[in-house]
Each structure stands twice: as structure tokens, then as C-alpha cells.
Design a protein around this ligand. Sequence first.
Ligand SMILES: C[S@@+](CC[C@H](N)C(=O)[O-])C[C@H]1O[C@@H](n2cnc3c(N)ncnc32)[C@H](O)[C@@H]1O
Length: 489
Amino acid sequence: MSTVHNEPEKASNGIKAGQEYTVSIEKLTFGGAGLAHIDGQTIFVPGAIPGQQVRISITKNKGRYCESKILKVIKRAIEEIQPRCQHFHDCGGCTWQNLPYDKQIDYKEQIIRETLEHLTPVGEDVRKQLPGRVLKIIPSPQVFHYRNKLEMSFGYEAMTAQEHNGKRITLDESPVIGFHQPGNWETVLPVTECHLYDEQIGLLVQDVNRFMQDTKLPVYNPKTNKGMLRSLLLRRGVQTGEHMIAFVVKARKKELEPLFQHFMRFAGRSGLTSLLVIENHGQNEKPEIPKIHTLVGQPYIKERLFDLEFEISPFSFFQTNTLGAEKLYRAIASAADLSQTDTVLDAYCGMGTIGQYLARYCHKVVGIESHPTAIDDALKSAGKNRIGNITFYKGRTEQILDNQLKAGGKYAFDVIVVDPPRAGLHPKARQAILAHVPKKIVYVSCNMATCARDMGDFLKEGYELRSVQPVDLFPHTAHIETVSVLQKK
Ligand SMILES: C[S@@+](CC[C@H](N)C(=O)[O-])C[C@H]1O[C@@H](n2cnc3c(N)ncnc32)[C@H](O)[C@@H]1O
């Protein structure tokens, strides 16, 4: 959350932090905020939707634009609907639950067109053509309850500090389970429902709350690094019916055995295939080297995509919308339009899901992934799925592609598929991809801003943008997945 500044930061256009205005929201922008103008100055209003009239307070004047926060909605938008979740306005997980789904995806498609046009670093003549390449967005098969993974935090609803005999002590008030609100890593907002995850979530949260009250196990406090219960990780195999519950704790060796006894009360939950306790002694929410204790079942759950099966460990990357992922992978196959003689690179392959799906349409697939356990999972699943024409390399894409070139080009890639994290491609990865001169580059992205930046290099070096297929994997949020195809001219 932005904070209000009392001192003006930049006053070149006369708008100062702390000033209040009433504005009308014109449209939605990349990242999810509403757009408004004051005397021609661009104002971003997080949480607002087009058609609303809102009272805002300016939080930052950045010169080219201002950031603000809503004080009050003065007039509702005609298309505004009642959000399904009681936590919508507080939790920060959903951005647009108050917009009908068909409107959400129309806006997403429009945002992709505008981002491409504004952020692709190429000449204006090329840039102007890019929005015309964007295809109709593919909607998510499920609009609610589509997420197969959820992380909740144990924590305190409120924390206050007091002086006591010259010492400052922190009072933790009411331990709860819920979510950290955006920008607030200290306290936790208690939640009783989440409509993005399984419908059973409410019952589980009730049980966990009762468990906290009964056992009085100390909840972790990130400020003091004291306490035991840190977070709860839930994963489900939507197509297999399997379910994982993992309690992330900070506990000494002698405390673990009694903890296991406590957690076994969750063992009888329906559909539960994996009950885990994961030790995390670090300051970060996610343990760097997780120590996993399996109380029930295996330290993974199985999930299916098409006819392929994958074993998902607590922290492995797997698309969070299983049925949506099938739509995405079909869009990738259609974009790649492979022939049986093609050699394909699946770069940033995670556990090799895209490559294993594409392997049936081509001669050979090579996967590259930097995360060691993901590559182990990729090897294991390719073996179990009996895919004989796939090879994996562990390491950074930029490095491995460079080595391939130095070794005299072991692989001549006809098609290169990339699916990088939000930061996009390393400049060296872009150079190495170009040096391999593939016929086609298929760019799968969850961040159109970095994708547009990277595509600029390809467009300047002899490729043309054939199509951009948006796929909605994240209803009610501002996230948008895209599959772009660049063809060698
Ligand atoms: C968005 S995920 C895509 C995973 C996979 N393609 C899928 O659909 O499930 C990005 C992956 O890139 C990996 N990664 C990050 N930086 C990398 C790099 N420099 N080289 C190779 N892999 C990298 C991450 O570990 C992660 O698994």
C-alpha cells in the first residue's frame, strides 16, 4: 500500500502528495490500477474500476504520472457487481471481483494491446502494427475455485509495542490464520473464505483455528523470530483428486515429535494424500533448503495434464490453474505448429510440462531449467510418462545455450519456446537465442511488459510478430498469460 506524504515530492504540475481530488475512472491499466486524469496529468488509482467516480488522495507525484489511493467511492460503475468474497476489499488477492468476468477478460485483452504498443522498443511503424496481432483472449475454464495451490500465514491480527521497565516489548494480539495484505509483512488478515481455491477451504480454516486455540502452540512472529507455526501450504491435484496439507514450522529437534502428534489430527481429512511438516528456520517465508517430514502419504501429490502425470512437491513450480494450463499448452502447440522433423528447445522448463506435451508433435525436445529439484522432477516424470525424445539440462538458459554454440552447435533448434519468470529474458539469453537462428520463437509470458521489451530485440533482428494469444489463468486478478509467436522473415 502506498503511504500519504505530507511534503510535496514534485510539484511541477501543481499536484502534490496529500492533496485530495474527485476523479472519474476511464479504464484499467497494466498491473490492475484504474486510470484517471487531472488537468491532463495521468493518475493511477489502485482498486478502482472504469465508470466509478472516486475521491482520492495523491500519494506520490512521479512527474510523468501520479499514484493515489481511494478514500471513498462516490459513484458506482454501471457494470459493477457485488463481490462474492467478504474479504475482497481488504485481502488484496483479487483485484476485479467486482467486475463481471466477461468484462475482466475484455480489459485484459485491451491491456495486452496497449502494453505491446507502448513498451515494445521498436520504430513507430512496427509498433503501430503490434496491437493488431493480438488474438481474442481464451477464458479460464473455471472462474472461481480454479487455483490448485494456496499459501496462508499464521500470524497476529495486531501488534503493539509498549515500554515496560525501560524495555520495549511487543504485544502480539490474537493469533490468526490468513493472508498478509499487500505491503504488510507484519500482521495477518484473518480469512474464513477464499473463492479462488477449493470450496472446502472454509472448513479447513475453521479446523486450523480450533487447533490453534486448543494446542496453544506459539505462532511465529517475524519481528522477534520467535514462535513455531509459520504458514500453511495447500496443493491439490484437480484431475486426480489428491490433496496436500503442509505445515511450515520453526521448531527445535526435541519439539518436532510432539508437533507431529498434534498435526496428525488433520490426517483424516477427505482426499488428503500428503500431510507434511516442513522446517523453516530462516527469516524468509519460503525455506531455502526445506527439510520435509512426511506424516501421511508421499512428499508430493500427483496431477494430470492431458495424458501426462506429474508429481508435484510442496515448492515446485506448477501452473496454478490446472484446467487453464491445458488451454495454455494447447495454445503453445498451435503457435509452435511443429512438424515431426523439428528439434525444439523448451527453455525455463520447470518440471518439463510444456516440453513433454510438445514431444509428441516433433522429433526431439531439449529442456533447460536452473532449479535443481525441478530438473529432477522433470527427469522422473518424463521417464514415468515414457517420453523417449526429451533431454534435460540443469543450469541457466543463457549459459547452456552459449555452451551449445561453443561446442559446435550440438542442437540446431527449429523452434525455441521460452517461459521465463516475471523478470523476462536475460540479455545474454536473448543474444544466445538469436545466435541459434531458430525458424520460430514462441514466447510464453506472465508479464507483458518484460515480454514486450525482449521481443524488441527479436523484431530488430529479422523476426516478425505473427500473433499474441492471451490466456486467462488468473480470473479476478490483473495477471495475464500470453503466448507470442515470432517468425524468422
Ligand atoms: C514461469 S516458470 C515456467 C515453468 C514451466 N515452463 C511450466 O510451464 O511449468 C519459470 C521457470 O524458469 C526457471 N528459471 C529461472 N531463471 C532461469 C534461468 N536463468 N535459466 C533456466 N531456468 C530458469 C524457474 O526455476 C522456473 O521453473
